[in-house]
Ligand binder design. Structure first.
Ligand code: GLY
Length: 354
């Protein structure tokens, strides 16, 4: 199913134009407590006057079956039909959960995504992955079903603090690593030192390029049978870090976990398929300076290993990694034995970060 991505100049105008092309009987808007306050007003009074808004609690800890049920409940009680449409306005939590709610309500209603975080703009809201966390595992339940449109407005980036900007930037860095040396090098040169100095207009071009990297891959492999696994670089270990943090009630932003996962998986890339040490060091140093450290000790290795065995890319219980031979040279379905995975975790703790 085709998904149209629009890099907006004026969100309210572009949204109005998109909605005029859609046929629906009732329009719903899903926000969280933060986007309800900071972002919904940017949609314009005309639109806000015609939507039924559903507000959910903010944060990944609420990406649960209970929150999902509350959205189904609101849609059902407030008269949504199969011809209704849902607009998801928020970060990845809102677009993932809202996309799943829309995909399952009355067997599926249409939906649009308006991502408000950098992470959602370049990754979560694009490409049709929807879902919720379940049983202590990230995105354990969900379906592939793209939004009809994704409207990107980089003006929302001004609402983000530095950690949230950096969180999205980690996914951009991943797109750089799996695409071209030029894009990777461009990303290592953009500075997000503090939000006061960020040149938001200068971010438009790398954001556009980053979304294109993802779009091109998703167009070739929408259901992640092969090439789309490239988008999982850094995520096998990153999701294990995130799940460990979730179990220990430590707040970790997704992109930070991905950045730390990239450190580990570039180490594996070097050891298994010869990713150049110099490029590994440049990337690891960039991450170390901006994303700091995820702390764990060798008593956590078994737990982290066990968490990696739940990765969706695995086959027959064997952990499968996406690795790189070079920037842009992707090696899918790579395996590593437990000893090497533990060595990778040693590298992370001793040399990689901190
Ligand atoms: N976030 C990775 C993907 O959409 O495939």
């Amino acid at each position: 199913m085709k998904q149209e991505i629009i890099l907006c100049r004026s969100l309210a105008t572009d949204l109005e134009r998109v909605l005029q092309q859609q046929s629906f009987d009732k329009l719903f808007l899903l926000t969280d407590e933060a986007t309800h306050r900071c972002c919904a007003p940017l949609l314009g009074e005309a639109l806000l006057g015609q939507v039924e808004e559903v507000v959910i609690p903010a944060g990944d800890t609420h990406k649960t079956l209970d929150t999902l049920a509350s959205v189904w409940q609101a849609l059902s009680c407030r008269g949504a039909t199969r011809r209704s449409m849902l607009i998801n306005l928020g970060g990845g939590m809102v677009t993932d959960l809202g996309g799943f709610a829309a995909s399952t309500f009355k067997r599926g209603i249409g939906y649009l995504n308006i991502p408000t975080t950098l992470l959602a703009m370049v990754d979560a809201a694009v490409g049709g992955k929807t879902g919720i966390n379940f049983n202590g595992l990230k995105n354990e339940i969900g379906v592939f079903n793209p939004a009809a449109y994704v409207l990107l407005d980089t003006a929302f980036l001004r609402t983000l603090d530095r950690p949230n900007l950096l969180s999205g930037y980690a996914e951009m860095l991943k797109h750089g690593l799996i695409s071209t040396v030029a894009h990777w090098a461009e990303l290592l040169n953009v500075e997000i030192a503090d939000t006061v100095c960020v040149d938001y207009d200068a971010l438009r071009a790398p954001v556009r390029r980053s979304v294109q990297v993802k779009e091109e891959i998703v167009a070739q492999d929408p259901l992640e049978q092969g090439l789309r696994k490239a988008l999982n670089l850094g995520h096998t270990v990153g999701h294990a870090f995130e799940s460990l943090a979730m179990a220990e009630h430590r707040a970790v932003l997704h992109g930070y976990a991905v950045a730390w996962g990239l450190v580990c998986e570039l180490y594996l890339s070097n050891r298994l398929v010869g990713f150049p040490v110099g490029k590994m060091r440049q990337t690891v140093d960039f991450i170390r300076e901006r994303y700091g450290t995820f702390t764990f000790d060798c008593n956590d290795y078994e737990t982290l290993y066990e968490l990696m065995t739940h990765d969706k890319k695995n086959r027959a219980g064997v952990i499968h990694f996406t690795l790189l031979r070079e920037v842009g040279e992707i090696c899918l379905d790579q395996t590593a034995d437990k000893e090497l995975i533990f060595e990778m975790l040693d590298f992370y703790r001793e040399n990689g970060v901190g």
